[in-house]
Design a protein around this ligand. Structure first.
Ligand code: 5GP
Ligand code: ZN
Length: 118
């Protein structure tokens, strides 16, 4: 069972923000922004590349609810999903990082720092 499936099953504790029948939002254990939430489907889906449009449609609505719950909808936020090896995905269970609570820098660098202008 993957680490996020263990969170869904309650085998690993998490600091939950919002939950419904199909999704959970909880605080990232290693935040990189003042607000850093992970949003996952309860069903194990490996990553964005393998999610169905039907599940993604429901997840979109849930993510919007999480942003509202945390009052991020007015000032804004960043939504990120790392997909696979080159995307830097470490946990192989679909998750979106919801980042906010401050004006965020745009720092999408490659590992060898050759695209600093991005
Ligand atoms: P990825 O690199 O796969 O996009 O992001 C995985 C994220 O999961 C990281 O930001 C990491 O801090 C977070 N994470 C890993 N293990 C745990 C855990 O057991 N609990 C929580 N709350 N976050 C975790
Ligand atoms: Zn899983």
């Amino acid at each position: 069972m993957c680490i996020f499936c263990k969170i869904v099953a309650g085998e690993i504790p998490s600091n939950k923000v919002l939950e419904n029948d199909e999704f959970i939002a909880f605080h990232d254990i290693n935040p990189v922004a003042p607000v850093h939430i992970l949003i996952i489907p309860k069903k194990h889906v490996e990553n964005f590349q393998s999610v169905t449009p039907e599940l993604m449609a429901k997840m979109t609505s849930f993510i919007q609810d999480v942003a509202k719950e945390l009052c991020l909808d007015k000032n804004g936020y960043r939504l990120v999903t790392n997909n696979g090896k080159d995307g830097g995905q470490e946990v192989p269970h679909l998750h979106f990082h919801l980042l906010g609570g401050a004006k965020l820098k745009w720092t999408h660098l490659t590992e060898n720092d050759t695209h600093k202008s991005l």
